[in-house]
Design a binder for this molecule. Sequence first.
Ligand code: NDP
Ligand code: X2W
Length: 342
Amino acid sequence: MVKVGIVGGTGYTGVELLRLLARHPQAELVAITSRKEAGMPVADMFPNLRGHIDLRFCDPQEAGLDECDVVFFATPNGIAMQQARELLATGVRVIDLAADFRIQDIEVWQKWYGMEHACADLVAQAVYGLPEVNREQIKTARLIANPGCYPTAVQLGFLPLLEAGLVDERYLIADAKSGVSGAGRKAEVGALFAEAGDNFKAYAASGHRHLPEISQGLTRYAGTPVGLTFVPHLTPLIRGIHATLYARLTGEADFQALFEQRYQHEPFVDVLPFGAHPETRSVRGANTCRIALHRPQGGDMLVILAAIDNLVKGASGQAVQNMNIMFGLPETLGLELIGLLP
Ligand SMILES: NC(=O)C1=CN([C@@H]2O[C@H](COP(=O)(O)OP(=O)(O)OC[C@H]3O[C@@H](n4cnc5c(N)ncnc54)[C@H](OP(=O)(O)O)[C@@H]3O)[C@@H](O)[C@H]2O)C=CC1
Ligand SMILES: CC(=O)N[C@@H](CCC(=O)OP(=O)(O)O)C(=O)O
């Protein structure tokens, strides 16, 4: 059994980790932290976990995290980087769901995240936890930078085209929409029902902190710097990300076959028939990314549609997928979930 600790058990990614790990046949939850709720039974806060988890939240300082095999940080940006070194030194493996270890260029990270990095040297050791590109490195990783939600959908959508060198990498467009749970569980006016319900808007159109993360990945797959326009939107959904991606073609190929072959052995990427429209509800609660291709009017633009659940393949499901790979477990263990439709 893999002994698991979770720092930040009361946020949306934290409770999603709990939902997945409670039923995971090889995971034993030993510590779940919350500073504000220390002492409270987990199932009192999250009634869906009644009968599945009988632990109480505990303070991070008293959690005994160094006795775990792996610790997930489901905390705001800037927390894992303060504790990772100590945990790694005691042999604990770390999976950070925040962005502390995602960007290799520390100056770029500091600019976008507005803080000084506490352990820049560890960033070089971290493996970016997108199994579809880094599976081999994840197997032996001690520190995983779990990808952001938008970056997961956008990178999986562009990946086969950039690897094949069939699009103009200077003018990529990612038009992405997220549900409100992407903003986390903290109280925020913009996430109130009366603000986000029955409304639709773009935000951070001039620059979102996921831009450097996505660009870093796409540049690697293309083998040359990419030009990306990324505009996120807030939709009145609770869960889900839908990305509409645009790329100008520079060569001809059977694009459908290209995507199907690239993802044929990937358990969590589903390439739909050409011309289909993936829906967020088809992946709600599932660790799946559904992708479909379109070529409007047979022109030279390829449109890729990608849908994920931001809390599952976009966060906690992917984190458990990474744990499975790190501990030599079947990659799909505890993750064979079907989307909740309707
Ligand atoms: N929501 C999403 O769709 C996605 C989120 N992420 C990332 O995952 C991380 C968690 O997100 P989310 O669950 O939405 O966040 P929330 O804001 O909902 O939850 C944050 C959790 O962290 C704990 N926490 C806050 N500050 C500290 C601290 N200083 N030390 C220890 N624990 C702390 C909180 O509990 P307490 O204050 O009681 O200790 C709480 O349990 C974030 O970095 C986010 O960017 C990544 C992909 C998708
Ligand atoms: C809808 C919404 O607000 N989404 C969040 C992104 C989700 C996320 O948590 O990503 P990180 O892990 O990289 O922080 C945002 O745009 O800030």
